[in-house]
Design a protein around this ligand. Sequence first.
Ligand code: NAD
Ligand code: MG
Length: 402
Amino acid sequence: MKSISYLTILGSTGSIGTSTLDVVARHPERYRIMALTAQCQDNILFEQCIRFTPRYAVLLDDGAAMRLAQRIAVAGLDVEVLCGAAALERVASLSEVDTVMAAIVGAAGLRPTLAAARAGKKILLANKEVLVMAGRVFMDEVQKFGATLLPIDSEHNAIFQALPHNYSRHHTDSLAASGISKILLTASGGPFLNTTLSALQHVTPEQACAHPNWVMGRKISVDSATMINKGLEIIEAHWLFNAPADAIQVVVHPQSIVHSLVQYVDGSVLAQLGNPDMRIPIAYALAYPERIETGSEPLDLFKIATLDFIAPDFIRFPGLALAYQALRAGGTAPAVLNAANEVAVAAFLNKQISFLAIPRLIEDVLADLPVTTVNTLEDVLTADAAARLMANDLMKNMICLS
Ligand code: NAD
Ligand code: MG
């Protein structure tokens, strides 16, 4: 008889959150939900409470929490509704919780994910911005408190599967000492893979969010369209796998079937393949080291027939070079890149700036803010705040000029 694992899902109403619940629902003998959380989507959270009866439901927003509490009371559900940022940290670190799915989008996920690390949880990490902002601080806490870190991002999950057994559990292993020459990080290229630079100037948020292979939240969809998502993933891979920037190469693979590859010194290249369905990496991390059923369609290689691999275009997608630059600069630079990107993406989604202004804004913020060393979480948060301020200032000028 398997023991039951108790889960907190941070960001349960989002794309990763709902895919996680889909996998959980297929294995009621293995998983129980301790807490579900969202920013303000009380309707979806209510439906999830009916279906999964968690002990806690957390909303960041006061009004949404009040509405949810009323409906929970009327429905007679035994679910405690909490509200605010501190409650997110609380449910991420409850002693009854075994596993935390970190699926909040952006910097808002940093503190609750750190709380899970400090409580020594098994962390399923979807929220890549945590590692981009605070890679050193976060990895140190994971190690110090004996937390287990399993990547959800499909590429990093693939790399994890293709690395030597237990490689990333010893956070001091190095690629070179393990016979690895390179990590090949695949990228779909997003919806604008074949769009000309002049046409990119006029693309809309709707076009940017229409990803050819994946259905995702709006922020990561725009990140994929600018390919800044791949830039964030380069930095994510650096921290997860102790990989120097030079050992991470981006390979555009429009079919999103090969989810990434690891090249060994003997010439062997190991890859993980599968349909583009986030339930696969989620289930892998949930059940690790076992394998469980996900509801995903079996891969039909005859139907796919062709797999293409193309070099990335650093001119049309300058976000890639900016990410390498920030990773090499170290210290606060990746946190600055992340914060500037969050501000720029929100402005693009609000139709305040153009698509091509996103990498331009990041470049300007990176150029204007000096890189400082990161020793503590405060150092990260200070850099994040300064970058947001600077991005907003620069954007005002941009809007005036355009
Ligand atoms: P989403 O926008 O669909 O969902 C985000 C979730 O976070 C929602 O539940 C929302 O309520 C919650 N949230 C948003 N802002 C919050 C805040 N300020 N405080 C508390 N909660 C907040 O996003 P998603 O596509 O599920 O992505 C989640 C994370 O996973 C991102 O970091 C993304 O980069 C990463 N990721 C997603 C995919 C994917 O296929 N969707 C793949 C790889 C990695
Ligand atoms: Mg990815």
